[in-house]
Ligand binder design. Structure first.
Ligand code: UGA
Length: 431
């Protein structure tokens, strides 16, 4: 099978490299010529564990992966064309902005010469894939293409593993011909007995938003329980542990923290609710989740301000929205650091991989080469992202260089007693 992937963002590139790993001839397309030139040299535009290896393997050794900026040259003998362009929030409201999706659909329509399956992998509101079908159908006879929805469930930082060992694959199609081709595409996963869920196109589109929104709800739920635990002297980590053992609840995504961030949950929760509104459905739980998550930064910021004097210097460790990524989009750490900066605190920060991205946008923070240096002579330490390397920091040395021994462990990665023995005042989340 020959695959064409349109859009070399996060989803497009990871999917392209992984399909090549499955053994398919895969061409990734992007209009951004500079980006394509770098990709041809094997340079991944973002940090993702394992990507450099996959790119180099399939560009240079197997030669199954290639890059191009032209859809016209590549689509003519493709069996499957994937749409993997971004669907950011619109500037003026909370809808998903589908400009890139429509323009790719137009381009595809102009270039189809033989039967192919057009697969929507971008996260799009229900109804979008059928619109794509209409756009292509204006120029291409019905028997030359099918449209399928195949949402992705890749987490940044573990995307390759998620692709190779998914919990499930969702295929939303409207006929058995395209469904069969999609099942054949994912045949390499049969060995692992990966559940393949075949649905209608609309159902597949809803599954994606419902999954992200449910996970965001779980996080927000435990964050609110954490607030209650803090005031009554309970421990939210024990609460999540005990709740999570109940298999009906499950222990994943029950870690309290500074609120969910990243390029998916915040925008998808909003877009889901906004789509439902158009059909006169009020997703009241989802709306409440969005509101609660937005309020969380102020709440945590105000808690820190109660314990750390204004004008103090704060060490901020971790800027990415989660570990193992350099992505700072909608990062709770960045939001909190900005909140505190605006209230008059100085921010000294460190992140193992996200500092270059942060420096481009936030020149009012001071950046340091290590967590240790970022803690020199400061009045409080905030752990914003639970990078593994922060778990093993030498606090006995750090206790000698900080001005005041206070630590706000927003991700609950430390043992309070051990830090208290070193003289630190410890503030966890929900305990
Ligand atoms: C999320 C979903 O997990 C993927 O399944 C989905 O494919 C992806 O969005 C997408 O739509 O493309 P991602 O945004 O990479 O993946 O990151 P998550 O691991 O889901 O984390 C999202 C946020 O929730 C992070 O800010 C993280 O710190 C926070 N989180 C997560 C918590 O605060 N507590 C938890 O217990 C888990």
């Amino acid at each position: 099978m020959k695959l064409v992937i349109v859009g070399t963002g996060y989803v497009g590139l990871v999917s392209g490299a992984c399909f090549a790993e499955f053994g398919y001839q895969t061409i990734c397309i992007d209009k951004d010529i500079q980006k394509i030139q770098k990709l041809k040299l094997g340079k991944c535009p973002f940090y993702e564990p394992g990507m450099d290896h996959l790119l180099s393997k399939h560009l240079n050794e197997t030669k199954l992966l290639s890059f191009s900026s032209s859809l016209t040259d590549t689509i003519k003998d493709a069996d499957l064309v994937f749409i993997t362009v971004g669907t950011p929030s619109k500037r003026l409201n909370e809808d998903a902005d589908l400009t890139y999706v429509w323009s790719v659909a137009d381009e595809i329509a102009k270039n189809i010469k033989k039967y192919c399956v057009v697969v929507t992998k971008s996260t799009v509101p229900v109804g979008t894939s059928k619109e794509i079908k209409k756009i292509i159908g204006k120029l291409v006879p019905e028997d030359l293409f099918d449209v399928v929805s195949n949402p992705e469930f890749l987490r940044e930082g573990s995307a390759i593993d998620d692709f190779m060992r998914p919990d499930r694959v969702v295929i939303g199609s409207e006929n058995s011909k395209s469904e069969k081709i999609m099942k054949e595409l994912y045949r390499p996963l049969y060995l692992r007995e990966t559940p393949i869920v075949s649905t209608s196109i609309e159902t597949a589109e809803i599954i994606k938003y419902a999954s992200n929104s449910f996970l965001a709800t779980k996080i927000t739920f435990i964050n609110e329980i954490a607030d209650l635990c803090e005031v009554v002297g309970a421990n939210v980590q024990d609460v999540s542990k005990a709740m999570g053992i109940d298999q009906r609840i499950g222990n994943k995504f029950l870690n309290a923290g500074p609120g969910y961030g990243g390029s998916c949950f915040p925008k998808d929760v909003k877009a889901f609710s906004s789509t439902a509104k158009k059909f006169n459905i009020d997703l009241s739980i989802i709306n409440a989740v969005d509101k609660a998550n937005q309020k969380r930064i102020d709440k945590i910021g105000d808690k820190i301000m109660k314990h750390v004097k204004n004008n103090s210097v704060i060490s901020f460790l971790g800027l990415s929205f989660k570990p193992n990524t350099d992505d700072i989009r909608d990062s709770s750490s960045i939001k909190l650091a900005n909140y505190l900066f605006e209230k008059g605190y100085q921010i000294h920060c460190f992140d193992p991989v996200a500092m270059d991205n942060a420096k481009k946008e936030f020149n009012h923070f001071r950046y340091f080469e290590s967590a240790f240096e970022a803690c020199n002579n400061t009045n409080a330490i905030i752990i914003g992202t639970e990078w593994n390397e922060f778990r093993a920091l030498n606090f006995s040395e750090i206790s000698k260089i900080v001005k005041t021994k206070k630590i706000f462990d927003l991700r609950n990665i430390y043992n309070a007693l051990e830090l208290e023995k070193l003289g630190f005042k410890y503030y966890g989340t929900g305990k």
